[in-house]
Ligand binder design. Structure first.
Ligand SMILES: Nc1ncnc2c1ncn2[C@@H]1O[C@H](COP(=O)(O)OP(=O)(O)OP(=O)(O)O)[C@@H](O)[C@H]1O
Length: 323
């Protein structure tokens, strides 16, 4: 459904020279260097997938999204959406796309929310009855009623994001490109947006490519993650596989019913003991080297286990290792 074949995007950057008056000379000079924002990236997204597209600041995420939506032309390579190039067949492709840039609104600042929806519906040439039915459906899941008559500039950030998501879905696109849809939101507003996204992916089978710096968004929503760094692809696969590959330690805390007794030499154990208490033990193991089952089997031999608590490495830490 989305095919990205070896795309690159470079920008010409004027060469800035050092020294007196060189700033002004640089402005007038035609000398420039080529800077790659995206370099030789390929990936595919299938219908109904929820994919995270992540990377540090300046990695090339927004540049990629802009090439996927046809706003930017790749310097090399090709994008195809439903087999069509968003650059060559912009009108046909954008009918299938909904786009939200969390930092910017696509709504009309001084108009009530419903007027923005009317304008967009007219732009998409939506039939009146279809528009009303869709708005009713979106209103219900995004609870738009409470602010539908309020001018956009007076909305809270969470309300604005809900309105923007509704606007991006008014023409019932198959694919959503979301660039930081939860940026700046409080915990409750974030949870609402995540629930909405999970719902439209699961129940309406919308294909979603999500760009965010919030690793909780990624862990809670995405089946797959694509990581880019310095414009190149660093990883493309499941979150679990990435965790396994990076291999940060898992912490396991066990409490015993009574006291426990260690058996054998600690040098042979497939884990490291971090803390011993009267009837509790905290250990650290690497899931690449051993399984939790094996660890628990050993810990069970040392006494009667009452409770087990396992802490997976924080996904944020895993991602930092990739960066
Ligand atoms: N029009 C442009 N002219 C020159 N350089 C650009 C242009 N647009 C982007 N870049 C550069 O390309 C690189 C990638 O930018 P991009 O906005 O795609 O990153 P990003 O991953 O979206 O970052 P962030 O997480 O900070 O939004 C950056 O170094 C940026 O400065």
């Amino acid at each position: 459904m989305i095919e990205v074949e070896r795309i690159s995007k470079s920008f010409k950057i004027p060469v800035v020279k050092e020294g007196r008056f060189q700033g002004i000379r640089s402005l007038l000079s035609r000398e420039s260097t080529e800077k790659f924002a995206v370099k030789d990236i390929s990936f595919r997204v299938n219908r109904g997938e929820f994919v995270g597209y992540i990377g540090p600041n300046g990695a090339g995420k927004s540049t990629t999204i802009k090439m996927l939506t046809g706003i930017l032309h790749p310097s090399a390579g090709e994008v195809r959406i439903f087999g069509l190039s968003p650059q060559k067949h912009r009108r046909e492709v954008v009918r299938h796309l909904g786009v939200v840039f969390g930092q910017r609104t696509q709504l009309w600042w001084d108009l009530p929310v419903k007027d923005s929806f009317e304008i967009l519906a007219a732009m998409y040439k939506l039939d009146h009855r279809i528009k009303e039915a869709r708005l009713a459906q979106l209103s219900e899941i995004l609870q738009l009623d409470e602010f539908i008559s309020t001018p956009v500039r007076k909305l809270s950030l969470g309300q604005r994001m809900r309105a923007d998501l509704a606007a991006s879905m008014l023409h019932d696109p198959d694919i959503l490109f979301l660039d930081e849809p939860t940026i700046g939101l409080d915990v409750v507003a974030k949870r609402n947006i995540r629930e909405f996204l999970a719902k439209i992916n699961r129940e309406l089978n919308k294909t979603i490519l999500l760009t965010t710096h919030d690793m909780d968004d990624i862990e809670q929503l995405c089946q797959r993650v694509i990581v880019i760094n310095h414009g190149t692809l660093a990883y493309n696969g499941s979150i679990q596989e990435l965790r396994d590959r990076i291999g940060l330690p898992t912490i396991i805390k066990v409490s015993y019913r009574q006291s426990f007794a260690e058996e054998g030499s600690t040098a042979d154990l497939p884990f490291t003991i971090l803390e011993r208490e009267e009837s509790a033990l905290t250990i650290q193991c690497n899931r690449q080297e051993t399984t939790a089952m094996e660890v628990l089997r050993i810990l069970n031999q040392w006494g009667e286990v009452d409770d087990v608590h396992m802490e997976e490495p924080d996904f944020e830490d895993v991602i930092h290792r990739v960066y």
